[in-house]
Write a protein that binds this ligand. Structure first.
Ligand code: HEC
Length: 187
């Protein structure tokens, strides 16, 4: 067994034994599917917004567009699906996108091994779906890459001004950047 797999096995036991009720198979499959569909839609909305803003005015202009609040489509995805879409990261730009619970901190390590594609966990009255986000496009590095080479100086200044506690630089192409988090309220 690879160390990564061992870690997953160990952590799954921990997650299921202490923190969350076991989710039955049918529910798991249904919400995993919904979580995947919703996060794929959210991802394409975000990519379209950032891409369009980059074309309009380059990375300096586009800084405000890598934000879920910049899009009313995200709001309507939330209300149509009765869910809350967000993104979390250990190395976050907006401190509101930090890892919120010990479960999230454990999941972060497991996803970091690259061996897990998505997961669904129950936290109180919510089913929460998580899926990794990667810096999959060279454009991501214009705001999340190396400050001295990938990010234009004016853009870097603006980011530092808006996010004085920014941790989200220094990434390379296809790095593990964050997690989609889709929360579904259940009875
Ligand atoms: C034009 C600049 C810019 C580009 C390009 C950009 N981002 Fe961002 N990114 C930001 C800003 C600004 C935030 C903080 C948004 C907020 O306040 O919620 C952010 C936040 C994030 C977050 C949420 C976690 C956090 O750090 O707060 C993720 C995940 C993320 N970006 C991934 C990406 C990926 C993947 C790409 C490429 C597809 C990308 N970004 C491209 C500027 C950018």
């Amino acid at each position: 067994m690879k160390t990564g797999n061992l870690l997953i096995a160990f952590a799954s036991i921990l997650l299921f034994s202490c923190n969350s009720k076991k989710i039955n198979e049918e529910t798991y499959t249904e919400f995993q599917k919904r979580g995947n569909e919703i996060s794929n839609k959210a991802q394409s909305v975000l990519l379209a917004n950032v891409g369009q803003a980059m074309q309009t005015g380059g990375s300096l202009y586009a800084v405000e567009f890598c934000n879920l609040k910049a899009s009313s489509i995200i709001d309507s995805l939330n209300s149509v699906n009765n869910c809350v879409i967000s993104r979390v990261s250990e190395k976050n730009r907006n401190p509101e996108n930090n890892l919120k619970t010990n479960i999230e901190k454990d999941l972060w390590k497991i996803f970091g091994t690259g061996n897990l594609t998505d997961t669904l966990v129950q936290q109180q009255n919510r089913l929460v779906f998580y899926k990794p986000i990667k810096t999959g496009l060279p454009a991501c590095l214009k705001c999340h890459g190396q400050p001295d080479s990938d990010i234009e100086p004016a853009t870097f200044d603006k980011i530092q001004h808006l996010y004085p506690a920014d941790l989200a630089t220094g990434y390379k192409l296809n790095d593990f950047r964050g997690l989609w988090k889709i929360e579904f309220l259940i009875e």
